[in-house]
Design a protein around this ligand. Structure first.
Ligand code: SF4
Length: 459
């Protein structure tokens, strides 16, 4: 069980008869792939883009746990935008400009050494341009004379199974780390609006990530011991958040935040949208990273079905992976049952998110974040949210398509306010319109039928 994610190869290997030693050709191929993948990175620092601060720190720690030196790109700044703009045509997505600019800052740094550098840029299927980020980065590197710098790009087509190319249980380690990072962000967002001393929650999150990073990066921790150590740290983080002096009152509107994954989670790109919501008297429920992983799992199974592989080794492994991911997530979330009353994330991405959104955007036709944004808006409505904000980059089709159906979603759900906010390198309509949106959310809160549940310490 402990090795189940590492057995991906063995499920596929079931197609190849084991030799006398019990070792199949596929097992040998997998081992060789891992060796080659790790060799490619030997002596290099793998730079992880900071889509989410906590998630990127955890992902880097996972790579370090298997002997790959990995670091998070430095915080984005004006130079990121300038460099990203310099090496793109202006038609690319805003997140592409930011991530490219962040990587180019590393190349421009005084201590840059191409032989000691590698970049991490996952990719995705579907109608979105994210699939072009990796190839585009490779092209820019080639144009600059750095074609030999490796770009590591696991893909959503196989639900990022390629991550395991670096170590047998890496997929599982990464999952635990992502769940823990999401928990930390959730604790931060549900505590910070109520803290009585400004900065306490940010400080607790920062120290929490330091503690988690230590455990996640520890190569000696495996299987059950790793899980126990992570749960132990999460309990300590929980207790630290619980001890923050705070005034938990029921008068803050709860604002769901959905939208394009990078822009909604990257504070630089959305210009601290969540802090702005808090400054306007609200509390934000931000759609997390794990939601995307559940979606890619669902999508992997859909693609296998479409390709006539409903009864295949690949399908069996996809189901097993989801099963164990749920099981592990439950263990990590165990200590937070009371803290997350009223903040429960969807249990089943199809039943809780995609199916409710189907009448507006069928997930077998409209792919990617737009179906998550629409379905999650309905989920948030049912949880008693007072409004939903969709954060997207200008010109992103996810935001544009979602916006086209939000009117119907809102009409069918007690006219809950749903509003798109768009961002690019220089402008956003958030500054202008957030005041009005919060007024709408407050007035909806007074007449809404869906009551919000609260943890016991709310008054
Ligand atoms: S979701 Fe939108 S902004 Fe993000 S990569 Fe896709 S097209 Fe670009």
């Amino acid at each position: 069980m402990e090795e189940i994610f590492g057995r991906r190869g063995r499920a596929g290997a079931g197609l190849t008869a084991p030799g006398k030693t019990g070792v199949t050709e596929n097992m040998i191929t997998k081992a060789r792939t891992r060796e080659a993948a790790t060799d490619r990175l030997a002596g290099r620092t793998l730079w992880i883009p900071r889509m989410t601060y906590s998630g990127a720190r955890m992902a880097a720690a996972v790579f370090r746990s298997v002997g790959i030196d990995a670091m998070v790109t430095p915080p984005s700044d004006q130079q990121s935008l300038e460099l990203g703009g310099l090496y793109s045509s202006g038609e690319e997505c805003y997140p592409q400009k930011v991530t490219l600019g962040d990587f180019l800052r590393i190349i421009r740094a005084d201590d840059f050494d191409p032989d000691k550098t590698a970049f991490f840029m996952p990719t995705a299927e579907g109608p979105c341009r994210f699939g072009q980020y990796g190839p585009y980065l490779k092209r820019v590197l080639k144009d600059l004379g750095y074609a030999d710098i490796p770009v590591i790009s696991p893909t959503s087509r196989n639900a990022y199974d390629g991550v395991a190319d670096h170590a047998p249980d890496m997929m599982r380690r990464t999952w635990w780390a992502l769940v823990a990072a999401d928990i930390c962000r959730k604790l931060l967002l549900k505590t910070r609006p109520y803290e009585t001393t400004q900065g306490d929650s940010d400080e607790a999150r920062e120290r929490g990530l330091d503690m988690l990073e230590e455990v996640v990066a520890d190569p000696a921790l495996r299987g059950r011991r790793r899980m126990a150590a992570m749960v132990d740290v999460l309990v300590r983080i929980r207790d630290r958040f619980r001890s923050i002096p705070a005034r938990y009152t029921k008068d803050r509107p709860l604002i769901g935040v959905v939208g394009e994954i990078y822009c909604r989670l990257n504070n630089f790109s959305n210009r601290e949208a969540v802090r702005r919501i808090e400054a306007h008297g609200g509390e934000a429920w931000l759609s997390d990273v794990c939601e995307w992983i559940w979606y890619t799992n669902w999508s992997q199974k859909s693609l296998l079905k479409r390709d006539g592989k409903s009864f295949s080794g690949q399908m069996l492994m996809a189901h097993l992976k989801s099963y164990f991911q749920h099981k592990d997530e439950k263990k990590l979330l165990g200590p937070f049952r009371e803290d997350f009353i009223g903040y429960e994330e969807p249990h089943d991405v199809y039943a809780d998110v995609l199916r409710p959104g189907w009448p507006y955007l069928p997930a077998d036709g409209a792919l990617g974040e737009m179906v998550l944004s629409v379905g999650k808006s309905i989920y948030l409505y049912a949880k008693g949210a007072d409004g939903v904000i969709d954060i997207s980059p200008f010109s992103c089709m996810n935001g544009i398509i979602s916006e086209a159906v939000y009117h119907s979603v809102s009409r069918d759900h007690e006219a809950i306010p749903i509003r798109n906010f768009y961002f690019d390198a220089s402008t956003s309509n958030m500054e202008r319109d957030l005041d009005i949106f919060m007024e709408l959310a407050i007035s909806y809160g007074r007449r809404k039928q869906r009551e919000r549940r609260y943890p016991p310490w709310f008054r």
